[in-house]
Design a protein around this ligand. Structure first.
Ligand SMILES: [Zn+2]
Length: 309
């Protein structure tokens, strides 16, 4: 240990405080819902899983881990890991207007990327939200299928349970992002283009809404009260998820209207708190239903493409 004189220790303390302050005061770039919102969505979704989901996934230990993982993909955005950050940043959002301008959304990520490149554009400018979410959901489903196999074979399921919990928590991040209207639009951080209603053009609204406002004003009780009843998702998961994103996109202008009325300053208004609680609840309900659906779907027989060949 290096010993320091009193004055150099004082200088070190001052530097430390300045460093900490710069971390605390610096708003992260468009991360969606901040830590509090993501943790809340993952926590409420897991706590509301139906009773026919395996008990390990509904345990307090699973709830704690899945909650911790809510902000996990935001921890992959550090300049310390530049390749990872660049590759996964577009997975948090999709500018629906730009994606739709290229025609129907292909189901597979690489098909969409090929389409984007063919239009002389770049996927990281448009976003890859629905593809990432679908792929992580399928990882979860595959792990749940493995869990069922191990159970039937009377083998130890503890290792696959760890994987399942990780996939569920990871999934929760993107489903949470998808309920934030400013994650599905070109208007993601300040109004662009014709602006007859005089919405803010400053690059502040995104973080102001999802970060400090949520952290200071939204709690479990009011969000939980707005969650829907649990259900398995009928039909195709990609289509259902895109439908969920399109529903979020219907609230883009509402976020700007609330901001204009001062709804995201301090405690905001009853209307802005109510609106935000509903959006967080939409994320938590969708995540719960996607985990539940992955469990049900994992029990279905898999078509063997080589059968009869
Ligand atoms: Zn995100």
């Amino acid at each position: 240990m290096v010993r320091l004189s009193f004055s150099s220790r004082l200088a070190c303390a001052a530097l430390l405080v300045a460093g900490l302050l710069s971390v605390v005061l610096q708003p992260p770039a468009a991360y969606a819902w901040g830590n509090e919102g993501h943790r809340l969505i993952n926590r409420l979704a897991t706590a509301a899983l139906p009773a026919d989901v395996p008990a390990f996934l509904r345990s307090q230990a699973a709830i704690n881990e899945i909650e911790y993982l809510g902000p996990e993909p935001d921890r992959w955005r550090s300049p310390a890991e530049p390749e990872l950050s660049a590759a996964q940043a577009p997975e948090h959002f999709i500018d629906m207007e730009l994606a739709d301008a290229l025609g129907p959304l292909p189901r597979k990520r690489l098909d969409f990327e090929a389409k984007v490149f063919a239009a002389n554009q770049r996927p990281e400018k448009i976003g890859l939200q629905p593809w990432e979410t679908t792929e992580v959901w399928q990882r979860l489903k595959a792990a749940l299928r493995e869990y069922r196999h191990l159970q039937v074979a009377k083998q130890d399921t503890a290792p696959v349970e760890q994987a399942i919990i990780f996939y569920a928590g990871w999934l929760g991040h993107y489903v949470g992002d998808g309920s934030q209207p400013l994650h599905v639009t070109v208007q993601y951080n300040g109004w662009t283009g014709p602006n007859p209603n005089g919405y803010t053009t400053e690059h502040k609204i995104h973080w102001q809404f999802e970060g400090p406002f949520v952290g200071a004003n939204l709690h479990d009780a009011e969000v939980k009260a707005k969650m829907t009843a649990p259900k398995a998702i009928d039909g195709d998961i990609f289509d259902s998820y895109v439908g969920y994103l399109r529903h979020s996109s219907t609230y883009v202008e509402k976020v700007y209207q609330l901001e204009k009325a001062g709804g995201f300053v301090g405690a905001g208004s009853a209307e802005s708190r109510d609106f935000t609680a509903e959006r967080l609840a939409a994320g938590a309900s969708m995540l719960r239903d996607m985990i539940y659906t992955a469990w049900i779907e994992s029990g279905k027989p898999v078509n063997d493409p080589y059968a009869g060949k």
